[in-house]
Design a protein around this ligand. Structure first.
Ligand code: GTP
Ligand code: MG
Length: 283
């Protein structure tokens, strides 16, 4: 990776990445958080490269916002690659208690060996990695049972690494979310922006909204109809106009206010108004 400046990959992410790589040797286990709506697009290839030699627990977070059948498909995919996986919802705590059990299972051999050698067990050191806004700090707070790390619904909240103790036998390192310098497929950037991993000001917001609308119209047409109250098959332009008119997103002279309609669509998506949606469909 080079220190090249790309809009969604600012210098501080390069620094965060370097700092995370520097700490890796200390870790017994690495937890990688994926956004369950984007099991492929939220897998940072640069993170994947550096964790190859470490025990990994792959967590599909925000499973409550994803299409469950699609999530299960991806879970099987990653399990077939040899990963230990869990589907979680860090915000509500669903399945979070299974994380400790899975971590102990992954580390059992190493810990048993220590016991056999008569060595004292030290706390398990774990690093939590993932893209911005995926829920790393929320998960740490859940695991710790207290609000130790700052969490909020915008990318770039965690600015520096922070150790948090969980009970006597776990130490978790919260890390700032990082992306990577180049997306091979341009739709990856749009998916990351739509789901909130890239700041809204960075990619053209009209393109993000158009992508969401077109994706929903192709893969979840019924949900779109139910939400906005129209019948039959409409083109994306027609749906856009329909939303503008029915929601009163109009400018002077009854012209559609494109900026407001864009905002309505993306906000509805982020607020789970269409039900569980998965943007990565195929392995
Ligand atoms: N619906 C839902 N929301 C979640 C879940 N986990 C976290 N969130 C929300 O996602 C937003 C981002 O959470 P953070 O924990 O700050 O994310 P982060 O990965 O630490 O983000 P950075 O520090 O910016 O890299 C917050 O509004 C959380 O409440 C989840 O499982 N489901
Ligand atoms: Mg954070």
């Amino acid at each position: 990776m080079t220190e090249k400046q790309v809009q969604w990959f600012p210098g501080h992410m390069f620094k965060s990445f370097r700092e995370m790589r520097a700490k890796l040797n200390l870790m017994d286990l690495v937890m990688v958080l994926l956004d369950a709506r984007l099991p492929a697009s939220s897998m940072n290839p640069e993170i994947l490269k550096i964790i190859r030699l470490k025990p990994v627990l792959l967590l599909f977070n925000k499973a409550d916002l994803a299409d469950d059948a699609v999530t299960d498909h991806w879970i099987r995919y990653y399990q077939a690659l040899g990963y230990e996986t869990l589907k979680i919802d860090a915000q509500n705590g669903k399945n979070v208690s299974k994380i400790m059990t899975s971590s102990h299972r992954i580390l059992k051999e190493k810990r048993d060996k220590k016991t056999r050698k008569g060595l004292k067990q030290v706390p398990v050191r774990t690093m939590i990695l993932g893209i911005p806004n995926v829920g790393k700090s929320t998960l740490i707070n859940r695991l710790a049972g207290r609000r130790s790390a700052k969490a909020a619904n915008t990318p770039g909240v965690t600015k520096a690494q922070q150790w948090i103790k969980v009970g006597d036998d776990f130490e978790l390192l919260d890390t700032p979310g990082v992306l990577w310098p180049k997306f091979d497929d341009p739709s990856v950037g749009l998916k990351l922006a739509a789901t909130g991993a890239i700041k809204d000001a960075i990619l053209p917001f009209d393109e993000v909204a158009a992508y969401v609308l077109s994706f929903l119209n192709t893969h979840y047409p019924k949900r779109l109809k139910d939400r906005y109250g129209f019948e039959g098959t409409l083109s994306e332009t027609e749906i856009f106009e329909h939303i503008g008119k029915t929601r009163g997103a109009l400018l002077k002279g009854n012209e559609i206010d494109h900026d407001r309609v864009n905002r309505i669509i993306v906000t509805d998506l982020r607020n789970n108004q269409f039900g569980g949606i998965s943007f990565d469909r195929e392995t």
